[in-house]
Design a binder for this molecule. Structure first.
Ligand SMILES: O=C(O)[C@H]1NCC[C@@H]1O
Length: 341
């Protein structure tokens, strides 16, 4: 096909495509209508209520897939934020996303949102969960690896158990890392992270998430954040120097290809508060793609009500993979996309 071919259809949406450890980061560049709201959580409510057809159009098939993940840049409402973002996935809008902020750190430099500073550029990104600071390596005109400092992570509940039909009694913790995750040992499901198939792992984790969403009540000072985002299946290496494996299933049975940045911060909180990790001690995490993050507990901080949380740093590398221009035709019965397998 000749380059410069004309795009047929209407309402062009332009995106920049990145990924971190294979987990997609589809960043809206143009075509989104004005997003109303003063605070970032009001903006998140606005897109949920009024613009969700654009999320499904961009995230679901045929433009995306069950595994697609997107970012909508919005105007920040915190004075020290360089940029603000909403995150979207196959079911709705996330409150935190580590793999995306790792990619967005580079994007902020390369697309002129912040001036590049060598050897490391600081970018403050306002996320629905709060302000996340990203430090991006920069040398010889090129941005690279990034480390982010997240909002405080903490254990919400620990050593709980529930009867999960088809699997038996499952013991789990719930931890917060900008979003709430259930964390459970994979062996309880009769599975193994290295040898069990992807589908078996996905459906085990999704079943636990679904049951817990129906049965437990989470609390957060912002009620918009008080929901269970997903489940992290882990193996028994919290107290060793081995690589920690994360199999993270979030949204509607969406499998994170990366080790999951926010899940990693939640997991570090569990390791730290269960005395399996000290301040400053680094751990390597890997996910289904084999891509790796390095994380460490940086310091404790009060989260109110006499409780402490842990500030976690996670590092990884995001990469550019292209740009897209999407359209739709008004007589297309699938113009707003559909979630398939
Ligand atoms: O890295 C993360 O935090 C995200 N990846 C997909 C699910 C989470 O939002």
């Amino acid at each position: 096909m000749a380059s410069g071919a004309q795009l047929i259809g209407q309402d062009i949406l332009e995106t920049l495509e990145m990924h971190t450890c294979l987990e997609p980061v589809r960043i809206i560049q143009s075509g989104y209508p004005n997003i109303e709201g003063t605070t970032i959580l009001e903006k998140r409510q606005f897109v949920t209520k009024h613009l969700d057809h654009l999320r499904t159009r961009l995230i679901c098939e045929p433009r995306g897939s069950r595994a697609m993940y997107g970012v909508i840049p919005v105007k920040p409402d915190l004075p020290n934020a360089d940029m603000a973002v909403l995150f979207m996935h196959n079911e709705g809008y996330s409150t935190m996303c580590g793999h995306a902020v790792i990619a967005l750190g580079r994007y902020a430099i390369d697309y002129g949102i912040v001036p590049a500073v060598a050897p490391e550029t600081k970018v403050n990104i306002q996320c629905p969960c709060g302000l996340v600071t990203v430090f991006v390596e920069y040398s010889e005109g090129k941005s690279g690896r990034a480390r982010f400092i997240s909002v405080p992570s903490y254990i919400f509940s620990q050593d709980s158990q529930i009867e999960l039909p088809g699997y038996g009694v499952i013991h789990y913790d719930i931890a917060y890392g900008g979003a709430f995750y259930a964390v459970a040992l994979v062996t309880q499901f009769g599975l193994d992270l290295k040898t069990s198939g992807y589908e078996a792992l996905r459906s085990a984790a999704a079943s636990l998430t679904e049951l817990l969403r129906k049965t437990i009540k989470l609390q957060h000072t912002d009620s918009d954040l008080a929901f269970l985002y997903g489940t992290i299946l882990i193996d028994e290496n919290d107290n060793t120097e081995e690589i920690c494996n994360n199999f993270v299933v979030f949204g509607d049975a969406q499998v994170d290809r990366s080790p999951c940045g926010s899940g990693t911060t939640a997991r570090i909180a569990i390791q730290f508060y269960k005395h399996n990790l000290k301040l400053g001690q680094q751990r390597m995490f890997t996910g289904p793609s084999g891509g790796k993050f390095i994380a460490q507990a940086v310091k404790e901080e009060s989260i109110g009500a006499g409780k402490n949380g842990i500030i976690v740093e996670v590092s990884g590398h995001g990469y550019y993979s292209g740009m897209c221009r999407f359209s739709h035709e008004s007589d297309d019965p699938f113009c707003d996309g559909k979630l398939m397998d």
